[in-house]
Design a protein around this ligand. Structure first.
Ligand code: NAP
Length: 241
């Protein structure tokens, strides 16, 4: 489905990002670059995937990496902005550090990646950018002012890039995916009682699996979605219906 495409996935070492890397690789990508903050998470990748230690908060590290990929492949076809963190607290207990850290990775990190790669896609004449948002960015969530703000922000950025990067006839698309609650290490900090509550109010009565998000990303990365841009697509078991 993504035969011959050069793909970049941030936060590709574990969780949803790792599954996205493996899914793009197994579906024919020429090369999938998995970016993460530590080398430990980047072991055991498929043959047509390459790990790179690139922190999305570091514009000069990103620029160096992008130049290297362009030198090797002459283009970047797919960018998945997946890296994300949580630092939860109700607003009166949320300190500046919690706010700043989440903004730096989830919002500015996405900006840093697209600023470096969007123009390359425009120049090449095509590309697909997929921002991993969250239902929390669409519906809000107790204790997640910082996270919710970033996840709403990446939807707005995808809509903006759908317009900006498609100028001059370039077939560059930008969309956002809004997962519900997905079975990954990110949920380890969420109390079991809360998880039980989420299961109970989800029509499908379970959490999602990383593969279910990766399947949607695969579709948006592929030419099967060639007329879809500027959209946010929920993948949440019907959590809000
Ligand atoms: P995860 O298991 O915590 O994985 C996130 C990955 O991103 C980790 O490998 C992490 O590396 C990496 N990362 C963190 N900061 C980074 C940085 N500055 N630069 C590069 N990589 C960085 O999270 P996940 O559950 O797979 O979530 C993936 C995305 O889906 C996130 O954007 C998240 O907000 C979104 N999402 C998740 C859920 C869910 O229920 N899990 C629901 C909705 C949306 P380290 O582990 O080494 O720090």
């Amino acid at each position: 489905m993504v035969k011959g495409k050069v793909c970049i996935v941030t936060g590709g070492g574990r969780g949803i990002g790792r599954t996205i890397v493996e899914t793009l690789a197994v579906n024919g990508a020429e090369e999938v670059y998995a970016l993460d903050v530590s080398d430990d998470a980047l072991q055991g990748l498929p043959d047509n995937a390459t790990g790179a230690v690139v922190n999305v908060t570091d514009p000069s590290g990103i620029a160096e990496f992008v130049q290297d990929v362009i030198r090797r492949h002459r283009r970047i076809d797919v960018l998945v902005n997946n890296a994300g963190i949580t630092r939860d607290a109700v607003i009166n207990k949320m300190d500046d550090e919690q706010w700043d850290q989440v903004i730096a990775v989830n919002l500015k990190g996405v900006f840093n990646m697209a600023r470096a790669i969007g123009p390359e896609m425009m120049e090449h004449g095509s590309g697909s950018i997929i921002n991993i948002s969250s239902v929390v960015g669409l519906d809000g969530n107790m204790g997640q002012t910082n996270y919710a703000a970033t996840k709403a922000g990446v939807v707005a950025m995808a809509k903006t890039w759908a317009k900006e990067f498609a100028r001059k006839g370039a077939a560059v698309r930008a969309n956002a995916v809004a997962p519900g609650f997905i079975n990954t290490p990110m949920l380890e900090t969420v109390p079991e009682k809360v998880i039980e509550g989420i299961r109970a109010k989800t029509p499908l009565k379970r959490l999602g699996e990383p593969q279910e998000i990766a399947n949607l990303v695969l579709f948006l990365a592929s030419d099967l979605s060639s007329f879809i841009t500027g959209q946010v697509i929920r993948c949440d078991g019907g959590l809000v219906v």
